[in-house]
Design a protein around this ligand. Structure first.
Ligand code: MSP
Length: 694
């Protein structure tokens, strides 16, 4: 049986996803639905990348353990993939992969062992132990070369990452290295022999020139005192595997490489090699490092690596939390149908190039292409069949005797012309689709919509209906429109699964477009006499002014709740919780009184070993026993200086364990500036311990 394996990148769990993350999933889901339509056994992977220093830091910032942080973000992903119809229950992904899965540890360690035994194409050992010193960016989880960071104004300060604009860490430590420098010729040979290996063409050229420029060996581990949240190196547990090594191997461990569990459940031999869909920003990891690792381990190369562009805002700026211009999934989900979002993403972005995402543009497309375009074609066709033919699909053919009348009405008595238009559009649709040119493919489908619309307007069925001589002409027009609609349902199913299935049902057809291959469609197979179903509008028109006003006012409320007046740059817990619940809305007084805020006095404060951000404090909040609280303020407050200070404590927060200590509440602090510097809330006047804030 033919099989197919498609993957998205696995997403970091240091922050909640936005449209940029959703996009690759939509593309992968669309591709997977089409291969499933073709009867190809398909496996679609998405998931999360849960290890590394950036996750550890985010967890600390949010007063969670790394595992809690990962679980929290994964919970949000699961909720969103359900809402957007991308999960298994909706016919979407087959696995939500997590790098904290024990089977992944097993498979990854096996992959490492293979590398440890391997020789490079130049006959040297692929892995060796050495010393690494360099500038490391935690959010990127990568060492940075000179052209990837900005030199500081002051020579004593570290440089800053050009992507994240955060300070880099100087890292000098023992490390395992992968001898990537020995793989340049082998990689260039691979790109040469398989021109489709990296797509699109422009990206392939980029990768080739990067490799031609010379490759440096790659540090593949960190000592576990600097990064402990990760998978230990086999035979040397003092080292943690580099997070990109960890992440890339997920693609094979998920289907059974090096572990029995997934081998039995999925089957490595059955599904590998994969088609990897990635954003262009992470192409190098996939098109250079990953193929080199696979060569060393003796594993077959991926089917292809296909890179898409970035979503930017209407002003052309990259979507980022720092700029506060991300398209939030909660907002999308609240105001737009899943199919409208899918359609917009695939229609608006020319695959491979950057695309602009604005709510206004989304509304305009939903109204013009969907409500007035496909939706209108569908409802007018079905309504006319109901009105003029008692809800039954009429016969397609025009008899000899009726040909002259048809000709007078401007309708071709032979359906060959329309059949050839639709077949041609279908072939072009498939050609572009299989080339990842979704935008062009959709244009072809809309050429069918335009053609049939014109046929109806020219033939004027409402006039034909009044003329008994034109009975067959009207039959033919209605049949052709309904048949074209059937084709559109099958063609467009991968892009808009819900609404095309809806139209298919309204056409009264039994089958499921999820299982019909558009390449096999034959004109005229819509059975005459089919009783159509109830006609319901599938693409409601969106009131642009009203929707924009609501979205804009929601966004500004959210921004005002931030101390810096901007949408936050880092996922502080309050912000994440807000995002989960839907963006900031007014709360009721009954909501506020649920939070028990009390005055407390700090009795003791001390640092915690190996946690450079946390302080362990005990606070008297007027209860018999002092409370123990962990606070992420160690970088900004000397413990000694806190003793005796009056603070505000959230007293009814569920206790939880961090670093082995129970935290029995939370102290309140303002979050200041881009870095979210905490400033503890306090009182100018004397207040007794335990007094409640109201
Ligand atoms: N964890 C790594 C990937 C490891 S894969 C073995 C990672 N994660 S990420 O969460 O930062 O990004 C995941 C994907 O989201 C990337 O493909 C990235 O290109 C994509 N996007 C993030 N922002 C985006 C836009 N604004 N537009 C389009 N895609 C973008 O990198």
């Amino acid at each position: 049986m033919q099989t197919f394996y498609v993957t998205t990148p696995i997403y970091y769990v240091n922050s909640l996803p936005h449209l940029g993350h959703l996009y690759t999933m939509i593309v992968a889901d669309t591709v997977a639905r089409r291969t499933r339509q073709q009867g190809i056994k398909t496996f679609f992977l998405t998931g999360t990348d849960e290890h590394g220093i950036a996750i550890e830091r985010a967890a600390e910032r949010n007063h969670r353990t790394p595992q809690e942080q990962a679980d929290y973000v994964v919970g949000y992903y699961k909720k969103m993939t359900d809402a957007f119809g991308l999960d298994t229950a909706h016919g979407g992904y087959d696995i939500f992969m997590r790098t904290t899965e024990p089977f992944h540890y097993a498979g990854e360690r096996e992959f490492w062992r293979r590398l440890a035994k391997a020789k490079t194409p130049k006959g040297r050992e692929a892995l060796y132990k050495g010393h690494y010193e360099g500038w490391f960016c935690a959010p990127c989880a990568a060492y940075k070369t000179e052209d990837e960071y900005a030199q500081p104004a002051n020579a004593d300060e570290p440089p800053t990452c050009l992507i994240h604009e955060t300070k880099l860490d100087r890292v000098s430590e023992e490390s395992y290295f992968f001898r990537l420098s020995d793989y340049d010729e082998a990689l260039l040979g691979l790109y040469e022999s398989r021109p489709d290996f990296v797509q699109p063409e422009a990206r392939r050229n980029e990768v080739r020139s990067f490799v031609r420029g010379g490759l440096q060996d790659l540090s593949l581990s960190r000592v576990n005192t600097s990064v402990s949240w990760g998978v230990p190196v086999p035979g040397d547990p003092l080292h943690t595997m580099y997070v990109w090594f960890d992440a890339l191997t997920n693609y094979i461990t998920a289907i059974g490489f090096g572990n029995e569990q997934q081998q039995r459940a999925v089957g490595f031999d059955k599904f590998w090699p994969a088609l990897h869909l990635v954003g262009k920003d992470i192409l190098r990891f996939h098109a250079v490092y990953w193929p080199a690792f696979l060569m060393a381990a003796g594993v077959e190369q991926p089917r292809a690596i296909v890179a898409h562009g970035m979503w930017v805002d209407p002003d052309g700026r990259k979507m980022s939390k720092t700029l506060g211009n991300t398209i939030e999934l909660d907002v999308l989900n609240k105001y737009f149908s899943v199919d409208a979002i899918r359609y917009f993403c695939l229609r608006e972005m020319v695959f491979g190039q950057d695309g602009r995402f604005g709510y206004e543009a989304l509304i305009e497309r939903a109204n013009s292409d969907l409500a007035s375009g496909l939706g209108n074609l569908s409802s007018r066709t079905l309504t006319m069949i109901q009105r003029y033919r008692e809800g039954r699909v009429p016969p397609a053919n025009i008899s000899e005797a009726a040909r002259l009348s048809a000709k007078r009405a401007g309708v071709d008595s032979d359906a060959a012309a329309i059949a050839s238009v639709v077949e041609h559009a279908r072939d072009e649709f498939i050609r572009h689709f299989d080339n990842f040119s979704f935008s062009r493919a959709l244009e072809e489908a809309w050429a069918i919509v335009a053609h049939v619309d014109k046929m109806i307007s020219d033939a004027k069925p409402w006039g034909l209906a009044k003329d008994e001589d034109q009975k067959e002409t009207l039959n033919a027009v209605l049949y052709r429109a309904a048949e074209a609609l059937r084709w559109l349902c099958v063609l467009l199913y991968p892009v808009m699964p819900t609404s095309t299935s809806g139209i298919y049902q309204q056409l009264g057809l039994d089958g499921d477009p999820a299982r019909l291959d558009s390449a096999r469609l034959k004109w005229g197979e819509l059975p005459e006499g089919t009783q159509i179903g109830e006609v319901k509008p599938l693409f409601p028109r969106i009131d642009k002014a009203k929707t924009m006003e609501e979205i804009t006012s929601q966004k500004s409320e959210a921004a005002e709740t931030q101390p810096s007046g901007r949408v936050p740059s880092s996922p502080e817990p309050a912000t994440e919780d807000e995002a989960v619940a839907g963006l900031a809305n007014y709360i009721d007084i009954t909501d506020f009184v649920k939070v028990e805020l009390r005055v407390g006095e700090v009795l003791t404060a001390e640092r915690i070993p190996k946690a450079d951000k946390l302080l362990l404090i005990t606070v008297d909040i007027g209860e018999e026993k002092a409370r123990q609280i962990l606070a992420g303020i160690a970088q900004y407050y000397e413990p000694e200086k806190l003793v005796g200070r009056k603070i505000v404590v959230v007293a009814n927060l569920k206790p939880r364990k961090l670093r082995g200590y129970e935290s029995q509440g939370m102290l309140l602090a303002a979050s200041v500036g881009e870095e979210g510097r905490p400033v503890i809330a306090t009182f100018a006047e004397d207040v007794p311990n335990g007094a409640r804030l109201k």
